[in-house]
Structure formats: C-alpha cells, structure tokens
Write a new protein. Structure first.
Length: 146
C-alpha cells in the first residue's frame, strides 16, 4: 500500500523530521520495474541465472529500491509539489524478493534561498543498511507565505 499523501510546505519543515515507508519486494514488482525501465538483467529476472551469482538468487534493481525513497519524498516528506534537484545513491547490500524494505527520509538541512531541503535517505532490510544517499529538493512555500 502506498503511503498516505501529506503536503508539507517549506515553512512546515524542521531539522530531524523523518518519514518512513515499508514495502515488501514482490517478484511482480521486479518484473514490472524491468518492463518500465528496460533493465532486463537476468540477475533480476532469472532464478536459474541468479542462483549462480554471489547473491544466490534474484535481487531487485538498485533503482527500484531507490524509487521507494522517491515515494516518501513525493507523498510524505515533503510531499506533493516537491521537485527533485539531485540524488546521490550508495548501494550497500542486495535486496531480495520477499524482503521488506524500510525507506526513510530525514531533513538534514533547510536552505531558505530557493526553498531547498537536503534530505538524508536510507533503505534498510531489517538491521542491514542496503542503500544510503542524499537528496536535494525544492519545496513550495505555503501559499499564504508568498
């Protein structure tokens, strides 16, 4: 289930604010992501191929995992109206079919000039950090603050 949508404006944000989204990675999600992205690497789609890799089985696309961060940014923190300016991604561990990925976003810096926000982004499976990075987003001002 997608997270419920909530709109926060630049004036609503504070350092340390955090939002999280948990999603189970399903085979159909990985197949669908391959269809959308065109990335048909057999490590994502073929159990036979993936069994021979160091991962021992199919893994989700790294950008599929990163897209869960986008879900948090676009729906909860800051939410609708936020515009991605940049994103760094450091992949730390594989995500397998059936894993429950917890994507979290934390406000790390508020930049009044241009209403920009630096967000710390992390994805974990259990206690294992599988992805980390930073996003820079432009956030709309509260309509009555303009």
């Amino acid at each position: 289930m997608l997270p419920a949508t909530r709109t926060l404006y630049f004036e609503d944000l504070a350092l340390g604010m955090t939002e999280t989204y948990v999603k189970e990675v399903k085979s159909s999600d990985v197949v669908g992501f391959a269809e959308i992205s065109g990335d048909r690497n057999p490590i994502h789609l073929s159990e036979h191929f993936a069994a021979k890799t160091p991962f021992g089985g199919r893994i989700a696309h790294g950008l599929y995992t990163a897209s869960l961060i986008s879900a948090v940014i676009g729906t909860r923190l800051p939410g609708p109206g936020a515009i991605y300016l940049s994103q760094t991604l450091n992949f730390k561990a594989p995500v397998k079919i059936g894993d429950h990925v917890e994507a979290s976003v934390e406000v790390a810096e508020l930049i009044a000039q241009g209403r920009r926000v630096k967000l710390l982004c992390r994805c974990k499976v259990g206690d294992t950090l599988v992805l980390e990075g930073e996003a820079l987003v432009k956030v709309p001002a509260r309509p009555d603050a303009i």
